[in-house]
Design a protein around this ligand. Structure first.
Ligand code: NAI
Length: 329
């Protein structure tokens, strides 16, 4: 099939081309992010392959429908950026990659936790400058601390397994408690108890209307003072404005983010010679106890290989059966 692949980087080309070797789809790699302005680049293709920050709102879907697109093959697990009603209305099927490497995201979450706690990012710079003082680098033992996991799906379970290894007590909140978590000794609780009892809170739920700004001023007020908050799920699960207030007051002791509400204007590009136009993001960067990575939690060899294999599998299944292997919803 002829596939317009948006938002591609050299690594996407490498892994998708390898996965496509025996399938023979015609992959047209485009660097452009999918948006109302770039949707016309899909003309002549039957499939659009898109990533997390591509715009798949109604105007874009309508344009894709007019260009004859029949399948959107997402290279992501999350599909909150797709107007599914618009896609259904235009007869466009949507496929996704439900699981590629939950370990990649869970392990990155642990990297954020350990770095924020033991301040290795600051220690690295100090030692390179010949400063061997320890003031300001004090952390805490993870053993015996309580970790609250919001969303005990594939990534939440992988994180629970690792944190159990550290000797942490683990609480979780999920409308569908997982037996796998319970077998690890995780206790499922309501949000209030999770917020009030956790030393570290990590978010692993999808972005839905119910989870939009789940972490707002009220939720922050219910947390243990000085809590460590980690978000590797989707930016808008937290209300950034409220979190900045929480950092300023000390209610939040440290913050690790791999995702950001307005990240599509920033992430995945080199903007080092430009001024950051987003004042909230710029403010976050001023806190010494905030660590931000640019949506890289998924970024391992294993995950990229699995994403490419499943994406090409979705396209091949659509070609042969009329439906992708992993259809949304
Ligand atoms: P999953 O679908 O296996 O698990 C999500 C869990 O969240 C489910 O158990 C669901 O019941 C639960 N949930 C739904 N609504 C909830 C609520 N209101 N409160 C608490 N729990 C709720 O998904 P998976 O694979 O574990 O991924 C989780 C999220 O991580 C994805 O939706 C995606 O947004 C994000 N993600 C981020 C990546 C990154 O690179 N930073 C990479 C991959 C996923």
């Amino acid at each position: 099939m002829r596939v317009a692949v948006f938002s591609t980087k050299p690594y996407d080309r490498r892994f998708l081309s390898a996965a496509n070797r025996d399938e023979g789809h015609e992959l047209i790699f485009l660097e452009a992010r999918l948006s109302p302005e770039t949707a016309r680049l899909a003309a002549g293709a039957e499939v659009v392959c898109a990533f997390v920050n591509d715009d798949l709102g109604r105007p874009v879907i309508e344009a894709l429908g007019q260009h004859g697109i029949r399948l959107v093959a997402l290279r992501s697990a999350g599909f909150n950026h797709v107007d599914l009603a618009a896609a259904a209305g235009h007869g466009i099927r949507v496929g996704r990659v439900p699981a590629y490497s939950p370990h990649a995201v869970a392990e990155h979450t642990v990297a954020l936790i350990l770095t924020l706690n033991r301040k290795t990012h600051r220690a690295y710079n100090r030692v390179r400058e010949g400063n061997f003082t320890l003031d300001g680098l004090m952390g805490f033992d993870l053993v015996g601390k309580t970790v609250g996991i919001v969303g005990s799906g594939k990534i939440g379970v992988a994180l629970a397994r690792i944190m159990a290894g550290f000797g942490c007590t683990i609480l979780a909140h999920d409308p569908y408690p997982s037996a796998e978590c319970e077998a690890l000794g995780v206790r499922f609780v309501g949000t209030e108890e999770l917020l009030g009892s956790s030393d570290i809170i990590s978010l692993h739920c999808p972005l839905t209307p119910q989870t939009h700004h789940l972490i707002d001023a009220r939720a922050i007020a219910a947390m243990k003072p000085g809590v460590m908050l980690i978000n590797t799920s989707r930016g808008a699960v937290i209300d950034t404005r409220a979190v900045i207030q929480g950092l300023k007051s000390g209610a939040i002791g440290s913050l690790g983010l791999d995702v950001y509400e307005e990240e599509e204007q920033l992430f995945f590009e080199d903007r080092s010679d430009r001024i950051i136009p987003d004042d909230q993001f710029a403010r976050l960067l001023t806190f010494p106890n905030v660590l931000i990575t640019g949506h890289q939690a998924f970024f391992t060899e294993e995950a990229l290989s699995a994403i490419a294999e499943t994406t090409i599998g979705n396209i091949t299944a659509f070609e042969t059966t009329g439906a992708p292997l992993h259809e949304v919803p």
